[in-house]
Write a protein that binds this ligand. Structure first.
Ligand code: SAM
Length: 253
C-alpha cells in the first residue's frame, strides 16, 4: 500500500516511523510519504491560509497550494503505480462520518491513500469539489470522533495505524486481529497474563484469573469469552449490542 500525507507539520507524523508501522515501512509493506504543503506556496511567507469570506473567527486554508500539492502527489504516485491509479483521498474533519473498524477494513483494501491534513478552520470547500469533480477522486471526509482537534495529523496517525495493522504481515499473529473489540460488532473479553494470583503493591486483596482460563477446556473458554464480550458490550456500549443483535437476527432469517 502507498500512503501520501500532505500537511503543514510533517514532523507531526514522526511516530509512523515507530513500532509495527515503522517496521512495516522498513519491510516495504507500506510506502508512506509525508509532504510539506508549504512546498507548493509561492510567496515570501509561504502562506497557506487567509481570512474567511463572510467574516468570522479564524483562518481558512487557501485552495491554490492544495490544488498544486494534489496534482504533484498524483503525478508522483501515478509514475510509480501506473497512469490509471487513483487514490482514495481522505480529508480528516469533525464534520465527517465517524471512522470505524469496518471502514479501517475497507481502507486496508485500497492500494493508495492520500490524506489531506487541514488546520485552522479547515480547507477551502472548493478543494473538496476540485478533488471530486475535476480529479475524479473518491474523496471522503472522515472524523475521528465527535470533538474538535487542532489539525488533521492526529486523525491521520490514528487512521493509518488502524488501517496498516490490518495489512497482511504487519501484525505477527494475525489471529489476534479476529476477536478484537469492534470485530463482529462486540467489544473484546477481559484478558489476563501470569501470575494467576496477584496482589497489587499496597493492597491486601489477592486477585485471581478466572478459573475457566486455567482449565485448558477450549470450548468452555470460547463460551466464557463470548459471554464476556456480550456483558462488556452491554455495560459499556449498549448501542453496539443492539446493532449486533439486529445483525444476528438478520443472519438467522
Ligand atoms: C480546528 S479544526 C476545524 C474545525 C472546523 N472549523 C469545523 O468546525 O468543522 C482544524 C482541522 O483539524 C482536523 N480535525 C479537527 N477535529 C477533527 C476530528 N474530530 N476528526 C478528524 N479531524 C479533525 C481537521 O483536519 C480540521 O480541518
Amino acid at each position: 500500500m502507498r500512503i501520501d500525507v500532505i500537511t503543514i507539520f510533517p514532523d507531526y507524523l514522526a511516530p509512523l516511523d515507530l513500532s509495527l508501522i515503522g517496521k512495516a515501512r522498513t519491510r516495504g509493506l507500506v510506502d508512506l510519504r509525508v509532504h510539506d504543503l508549504r512546498a507548493w506556496t509561492h510567496d515570501n511567507h509561504n502562506s497557506v491560509d487567509d481570512a474567511p469570506f463572510g467574516g468570522g473567527a479564524g483562518m481558512v486554508m487557501k485552495p491554490q497550494p492544495w490544488a498544486e500539492a494534489l496534482a504533484a502527489v498524483l503525478d508522483d504516485g501515478r509514475a510509480e503505480l501506473g497512469a490509471d491509479a487513483a487514490p482514495v483521498l481522505v480529508i480528516p474533519g469533525p464534520s465527517g462520518a465517524p471512522f470505524t473498524q469496518p471502514q479501517a477494513h475497507a481502507l486496508a483494501e485500497v492500494p493508495w491513500l492520500v490524506f489531506a491534513c487541514g488546520r485552522y478552520e479547515g480547507i477551502d470547500e472548493r478543494v473538496h469539489e476540485h478533488a471530486r469533480e475535476d480529479l475524479g477522486l473518491d474523496t471522503r471526509v472522515v472524523s475521528l470522533g465527535d470533538y474538535v482537534l487542532n489539525g488533521g495529523e492526529v486523525a491521520v496517525l490514528a487512521i493509518t495505524e488502524a488501517v496498516v495493522r490490518l495489512l497482511p504481515g504487519v501484525v505477527g499473529n494475525e489471529a489476534s486481529l479476529v476477536e478484537e473489540s469492534h470485530e463482529g460488532g462486540l467489544l473484546e473479553y477481559p484478558v489476563y497474563t501470569r501470575p494467576a494470583r496477584w496482589t497489587a503493591p499496597g493492597s491486601d486483596v489477592e486477585r485471581s484469573v478466572p478459573d475457566v482460563l486455567l482449565g485448558g477446556n477450549h470450548a468452555e473458554i470460547a463460551r466464557w469469552r463470548y459471554a464476556q464480550r456480550l456483558a462488556r458490550t452491554a455495560e459499556r456500549r449498549p448501542d453496539l449490542l443492539s446493532a449486533h443483535e439486529a445483525s444476528r437476527a438478520d443472519g438467522a432469517r
